[in-house]
Design a protein. Structure first.
Length: 259
């Protein structure tokens, strides 16, 4: 399917690896020029170069922490005027409900709520002026059904979801569509790290932890970054302009819901 977005420009935050990289690759495959970001310059440049070679699009890299005001300013300088924004950042650490202090919540809110909001506030006016724009926020299945050990994620991402619900309806009249993608378990460094934590806590091998988690997913496997990226590219496409303020689970059926 021609996504109809060739020649447009996208900012994909936190995209040297994992789900962000999957989104960057799928947008590049649709002919979109990219601004990519991550903290680690080496992996970022390697991923950007692989995308340039494979898809022939222009890729600008900005190595910085996207959750800080300085990092956001750097990224925004490179991303001025983009028509497509994909927000993303690392997820908060796991723990127990009684462990987290105010500072832990502030960090999670900064990374997973206030950073995407800052990017939307900065870039939506340009999209509105052009009469066309797409925003996809990478959130989590924890927005629909809480994950006990990820209380910081449950809290911060639900806040972002509320902001998007209201904002998406205010910018839709100008041709701008904002939606959220809610990943379930995907085969990325983040999932491997969480498996490692569970294996240490429960004295199981990482393989046994993974097999147990796979068995709990109706699709009986972890998702891939390519599948996730394809869903993102569709939401950024010309065909998705009537999809507004939605929260799309990409979780292999893991979240047991009727709707
Ligand atoms: P990942 O494989 O660990 O990749 C994270 C990417 O983000 C890397 O490119 C990393 O590069 C970059 N990054 C992290 N923190 C950053 C920061 N502060 N500023 C700029 N770049 C940053 O993670 P993932 O699995 O793709 O997860 C992406 C998001 O989806 C996370 O918020 C995660 O919690 C959420 N999620 C993931 C899953 C899953 O199963 N994978 C499920 C639900 C939700 P650097 O480290 O070099 O900065």
């Amino acid at each position: 399917m021609d996504l109809g977005i060739g020649g447009k420009r996208a900012l994909v935050c936190a995209s040297s690896k994992g789900l962000g990289l999957g989104c960057a690759e799928a947008l590049a495959a649709a002919g979109v020029d990219l601004v990519m970001n991550a903290r680690g310059a080496e992996a970022l440049e390697a991923s950007a170069e692989a995308i340039r070679k494979e898809y022939g699009v222009t890729v600008t890299t900005v190595a910085c922490d996207v959750t800080t005001p300085e990092g956001q300013a750097e990224v925004l300088k490179a991303a001025e005027g983009v028509e497509i924004l994909v927000t993303n950042a690392g997820g908060p650490p796991p723990g127990k409900w009684s462990d987290w202090e105010r500072e832990d919540f502030i960090k999670a809110l900064d990374a997973n709520m206030l950073t995407p909001i800052a990017f939307m506030k900065a870039l939506l006016p340009g999209m509105i002026d052009k009469g066309w724009g797409r925003v996809v926020n990478i959130t989590s299945q924890s927005v629909r059904a809480p994950i006990g050990v990820l209380g910081l994620s449950n809290s911060a991402r639900t806040g972002l979801t509320g902001y998007v619900a209201g904002t998406s309806r205010q910018v839709a009249p100008f041709g701008v569509a904002i939606n959220n993608l809610l990943p379930g378990i995907h085969d990325t460094d983040r999932a491997v790290a969480l498996d490692g934590g569970a294996s240490r806590a429960e004295n199981m091998t990482p393989e046994a932890v993974r097999a147990r988690r796979e068995a709990s997913i109706p699709a009986r496997r972890y998702g891939t970054r390519q599948e996730f990226g394809a869903a993102c590219a569709f939401l950024c496409s010309q065909h998705a302009g009537f999809i507004i303020g939605q929260n799309l689970l990409v979780d292999g059926g893991a979240t047991n819901l009727t709707m």
